[in-house]
Write a protein that binds this ligand. Structure first.
Ligand code: AKG
Ligand code: FE2
Length: 317
């Protein structure tokens, strides 16, 4: 007799959880706790992230011996000549005139252009490797990257990144993405991502916790590891692999990719070598105070004791 049947996986795999818009697997309570316990760890990390970050920064300031102390202070000669040309013409150009100077995809509104000189990239990479080997505490960029470096902890905010954000990045971003800058890019989170076989090799499909992102490649000598760039979060299909909406971008040493934080993207696996990129998640409190880019709702804010929090501002009293 033939009877109808079902595969046993029906009770174990592909169980859609509407709240997270994802399919999960369930084979036993033990498997479930093991597989998803990293969520609990991540929440615990986030609870103290700002004070832990401050403690590590203070320890690094005392204990870490800088290899190239001069690169912690921004100087014009660290930039590629083309970047200096772009920054000079920015104030007198229309958005279209500026976009003409840049590569990328004007329709999708992501742009690429040279930012740092080869020499600066080399010095920074040497500093990062020196830091990797130093016996000091190290925070990691976020839940997606386990092997990068937080540039604020290393000491790059004070004399480098704050000036870079306000004097160079903001004038360009305000022309290209005015609705994501509004009153200004008032804070940032900057870090270096590292990919290597045996460590992190790729990065899943995501959008950034940023209004505007600048992603600058710091080295060459790796294979594959391109970015794939799709629609804005919530627009279109937004799934990796949907050919019609996803484009590839290959990193070039010293070049930056400038995109809106909400533009969906991911990184393909690296197949040889190491890849280091500096990522600047630039934030505008005037934009995110209206709509949190992570929950996509009006933010429910609470003050933080130290640092910039997640870049929102609120009035107390
Ligand atoms: O690997 C890259 O180049 C992109 C990294 C990235 O998108 C991120 O860290 O938010
Ligand atoms: Fe990203």
């Amino acid at each position: 007799m033939t009877v109808f049947a079902r595969c046993k996986c029906f009770l174990k795999t592909n169980i859609f959880v509407k709240e997270i818009n994802q399919h999960v697997k369930y084979t036993s309570d033990a498997q479930f706790v093991l597989e998803y316990s990293s969520v609990k760890e991540e929440v615990a990390r986030r609870k103290n992230v700002f004070s832990d970050n401050k403690k590590r920064s203070e320890e690094i300031k005392i204990k870490y011996k800088r290899l190239h102390p001069e690169i912690f202070k921004l100087q014009e000669n660290y930039f590629h000549e083309k970047f200096l040309e772009i920054t000079k013409l920015v104030s007198n150009s229309s958005p279209d005139q500026l976009a003409l100077q840049l590569e990328g995809n004007k329709q999708k509104r992501y742009y690429s252009f040279p930012v740092f000189s080869n020499k600066f990239c080399d010095l920074l990479l040497e500093e990062l490797k020196n830091f990797e080997n130093a016996d000091v505490p190290k925070g990691r960029p976020n839940s997606m990257n386990k092997h990068g470096v937080l540039l604020d902890e290393l000491g790059f905010n004070e004399e480098f990144l704050n000036a870079f954000r306000t004097e160079y990045l903001q004038p360009i971003a305000v022309k290209l993405f005015p609705e994501y800058v509004l009153d200004g890019l008032d804070t940032h989170k900057a870090f270096v991502v590292k990919y290597k076989i045996g460590e992190d090799v790729d990065l899943g499909w995501h959008h950034d916790n940023a209004e505007v992102t600048l992603n600058i490649a710091l080295n060459e000598g790796f294979d594959e590891g391109s970015l794939y760039i799709g629609p804005m979060a919530g627009e279109g299909k937004g799934v990796a692999g949907s050919e019609s909406t996803v484009e590839e971008y290959s990193h070039k040493k010293g070049w930056g990719l400038l995109h809106r934080g909400l533009q969906m993207h991911g990184a393909m696996p690296i197949e040889y070598g190491e890849r280091y990129n500096m990522i600047i998640w630039a934030r505008s409190s005037s934009v995110r105070n209206l709509n949190c880019p992570m929950c996509m709702k009006k933010p429910d804010l609470e003050p933080v004791d130290v640092g910039w929090g997640e870049g929102f501002t609120m009035c107390t009293s």
